[in-house]
Design a protein. Sequence first.
Length: 67
Amino acid sequence: MAKVTKDTMIGELLQINADIAPLLLGIGMHCLGCPSAQMETIAEAAMVHGINPDDLVDDINDFLEHN
């Protein structure tokens, strides 16, 4: 199973498991296909959307562990 960190790029995350998209969309990350979003880290994306990056990484890793 893949694990991600705050330094994982959004584009890389979507390559690990594209099924993560609904989780990201559900928290307001609506421009997943934007070129700049692809090169943004999870931490950067979380900050832009007012989300705690540690909590987001925990949620993503929990999702990846169970899907």
